[in-house]
Every structure is written in structure tokens, then in C-alpha cells.
Write a protein that binds this ligand. Structure first.
Ligand SMILES: [Mg+2]
Length: 122
């Protein structure tokens, strides 16, 4: 299955809404963002089960920056869709062939029900 995940408030905190991995001082100096605790293990498990993981965010972070951050945590994802590729302010995962999308926004879940795409709202 093609599984996509949002970043902000889903995998990367905006404040202290969930626990994160402990970053080294060097990582912090380079401005690497904190990552939700358990993300690494969950993505590895899903990949081992044969699923393909993608990032789908409306963030303006560059793909390079997102990939570098994830790499630091030992995570490799397939596609990264950021704001440069999103046509609308909202998300429509089927356009990228994503089977299910993980997000923090309840509105995405409501749109999923309306437009017939699957979501996991955390
Ligand atoms: Mg979000």
C-alpha cells in the first residue's frame, strides 16, 4: 500500500504536543527538527511489511531538507510532496496514488469521507 504522512503536528511537533527523540547538540546546531517518538520504528515496520511510505505536506520546506531530516533519524521515504506540488491549499492523496493518508487535521478526514479517500487522523 502507498501510505502518505503529513509532517507538521503529525511527525514534527509545533510545540510540545507529543514526545520526540532526543537530538544531539550537533543536530540541534544544524537546525534539524525534532521527530515524533516512535516514527522510526513505525515506518520501518510498515516498510518491512511491504508498504511504501511517502511524505505529503503543504509545508514550504525543501524536499532536500525533509529528506536530510528523515535520513538523520535513519528513515528513508519514497516520494515527498511539498507545497510546490500541491495545487490546492488542501490535500487530495489519490492524485499521487496514495492509498491512505496520515494527518492531524480533522478537516482532511472530513474531506476524505466526502471525496472518498482513506485517512488516519492522529
Ligand atoms: Mg499537520
Amino acid at each position: 500500500m502507498n501510505i502518505s504522512s503529513d509532517l507538521d503536528r503529525t511527525l514534527i511537533p509545533n510545540g510540545k504536543e507529543f514526545n520526540t527523540y532526543q537530538n544531539s547538540i550537533i543536530a540541534s546546531l544544524f537546525g534539524l527538527e525534532e521527530l515524533r517518538k516512535g516514527t522510526k520504528e513505525l515506518i520501518k515496520d510498515l516498510q518491512n511489511q511491504g508498504h511504501t511510505i511517502h511524505i505529503y505536506t503543504t509545508s514550504f520546506r525543501s524536499k532536500f531538507r525533509i529528506r536530510t531530516t528523515l535520513k538523520y533519524y535513519g528513515i528513508k521515504v519514497n516520494r515527498i510532496i511539498n507545497q510546490t506540488e500541491t495545487i490546492h491549499a488542501s490535500k487530495y492523496p489519490p492524485v499521487f496514488n496514495f492509498d491512505i493518508h496520515n494527518d492531524d487535521l480533522k478537516g482532511i478526514g472530513i474531506e476524505g469521507d466526502k471525496l472518498n479517500f482513506k485517512t488516519i487522523i492522529c
